[in-house]
Design a protein around this ligand. Structure first.
Ligand code: G4P
Length: 290
């Protein structure tokens, strides 16, 4: 798999995060609830150690409800505060300020004891592209403040975003890329659309996704593509070969034909990924806590 990786940008982002951490009281890390491991930059855990931390499981509307509950428990057990949101509709976002104040309860009490109860709390918001960070920030700020654009070379201004009289946010300093430790991580990021489709051609990605879905949620495939049943995977078949057969079966049902009666598997692959990302295959979480 040919995944672009930007070590120079990442080093710069790490430096910028470390520098600005001193100015904040807490860190809010936004993850994609469908892939809470793959959408996390593993450096962040260490970089932000020592700060009170809130994990936001965003895109909860696209994830499996019970899987999200398991992830919440798992992060809480590791000392994080957790909030579940759907930034697109705004669901859960209203609880952000309360969650932050809960996380910083001791500090706030100490301020109050010193007669400084009006002090502004500052929170750094971290997230890799496409987790919904801009949408989330705009939601809780109640207006359009965050630039919905993340690509190398575009630096977000390190401005404080006021949420209420006593709460300010700082958007990710620099661009936080995911880390592709293994092929499975890269594939999950590609399935959800977090990394652009150029890393793998759509058809190959569609083959991988079909094979993945056949294991994770065969009934979703059967009902979405009106298949009588799923063909079984041969012992000799790899994921791509098996996924290709599934693409053919689904494409045939959809009537995606090209000249000569061949099935347009490339079109089927694009439709499959679009439909997954649009939630048409159901609410599917691709990673579970151990
Ligand atoms: P980013 O800053 O983390 O890169 O992500 P951004 O907010 O730009 O969101 C990327 C896309 O994901 C947007 O869709 C946004 O609406 C959608 N999104 C964000 N949060 C959620 C969520 O919790 N649930 C769902 N279902 N979608 C979410 P888009 O198609 O690029 O734009 P739009 O047409 O929806 O505005």
């Amino acid at each position: 798999m040919n995944i672009q990786w930007y070590p120079g940008h990442m080093a710069k982002t790490r430096r910028m995060i470390s520098e600005r951490l001193r100015q904040v009281d807490a860190v809010c890390e936004i993850l994609d609830a469908r892939i809470p491991v793959s959408s996390r930059n593993p450096d962040v855990e260490e970089l932000t150690a020592g700060k009170p931390r809130l994990i936001v499981l965003n895109r909860a509307d696209q994830a499996d409800v019970s899987a999200t509950a398991r992830w919440s428990d798992s992060f809480r057990a590791r000392g994080y505060a957790v909030l579940t949101t759907d930034a697109k509709s705004g669901r859960g976002a209203g609880k952000f300020a309360v969650a932050v104040r809960g996380l910083l309860a001791e500090k706030l009490k100490a301020y109050a004891d010193k007669g400084q109860s009006g002090r502004v709390i500052r929170v750094m918001v971290l997230g890799i592209p496409n987790v919904g960070k801009s949408t989330f920030i705009n939601r809780i700020a109640g207006r359009n403040v965050a630039k919905a654009e993340d690509r190398p070379g575009v630096t977000r201004a390190g401005q404080w975003i006021p949420i209420d009289k006593q709460l300010e946010l700082l958007d990710t300093p620099g661009i936080l890329w995911p880390k592709f430790d293994d092929e499975a991580t890269g594939l999950r990021l590609a399935f959800t659309g977090a990394v652009k489709d150029e890393i793998l051609d759509a058809e190959t990605l569609g083959c991988h996704f079909m094979a993945y879905m056949a294991e994770l949620a065969p009934e979703s495939l059967i009902s979405a593509y009106k298949l009588p049943s799923l063909p079984l995977r041969e012992a000799s078949e790899d994921a791509i070969a098996y996924g290709y057969r599934l693409l053919q079966a689904a494409g045939r049902k959809r009537g995606f034909l090209i000249s000569g009666g061949e099935i347009d598997t490339e079109r089927m692959a694009r439709i499959l990924l679009d439909e997954y990302r649009a939630g048409k295959l159901g609410r599917l979480t691709l990673e579970l806590p151990e």
